[in-house]
Design a protein. Sequence first.
Length: 240
Amino acid sequence: MKSIIKKVYNWYISRLVLNRISSSLCKNHYLEFGGPSFVFSAAGPFKIYTKVDSLILVDFADKNFWSGLNDHQIDHARIHRVVSDATNFDLNLLKDVYCVLSSHMVEHLANPLKYLKNVYSGLDNGALIVTVLPYYKWTYDRSRKPTNLDHIIDDFNNNMDENDLTHLKEVIDSYNNLHQGPYYNFENFVVESENNHFHRKMHHHCFDKKLVKDLHEYAGFTTLMCKLILPMHIIYVGKK
C-alpha cells in the first residue's frame, strides 16, 4: 500500500513540475523529431504544443508504423514536414529554433550520440531540448540492462549508421511477449526487427535516468530536469 501511495505522490509532484516548466516556455518556433506525440499534446503530461507558433516535424520516411497516430494532437496549419534521418539532417533546420522535441524516438536510433551532438551544434545558445524516452524497466526491454555510455560513445566514434543490427539477437532473446495486439506479435516483431532500417521499431539501446542525463551532458547540454514519469517515461529537459 505504501508503495502505491508513493507512486501516486511522485506522479502528482512530477506533473506539477511538468506543468510549471511547460507554462514557462515561450510561444515560439519548435522542431520535433518523430512527432507529433501524445506526450506533448494538450491531453498529454507535457503540454508543449500549446506553446507552438510553428513546428518542423522531421521523420525518417513519409509513411511508417506511427504515421497518423497522433496527427490530431496539433494544428496542421502550423506544421512543416521534412523527411530525414535524425542522425543525418540538415543543420540549417535548427536555425532560430527555440526548442527541439522528441518522444520515444531516441531509443530507435543506432547512434543517439550523433543525433544529440548534431542538435547541440545546430542550436543557438540558450535554446532548449526536451527528450522523452521509455524507462527500460517499464517496457518490453525490462529483461535487458541499461546500455553503457561507453558503448554509445564507441558507436559514435565508429560512425555507426542506422543499418546496424548489433543488438538484434539481444532484443529478440530478451523480448517478453506479454503485450497484445498485432504490433506485439512475436513473429512479426522478429521479421520487422530483422528489417529494422525500414521499420525502425527495434530499441537499439535501453535507458535509465542516469544514462539519459549522462548522454545529454556528454553531448554538451546543461541539465534542467530529468525525471521518471508514469506510466513509462523518462523526461529530460536541457539547455545549450
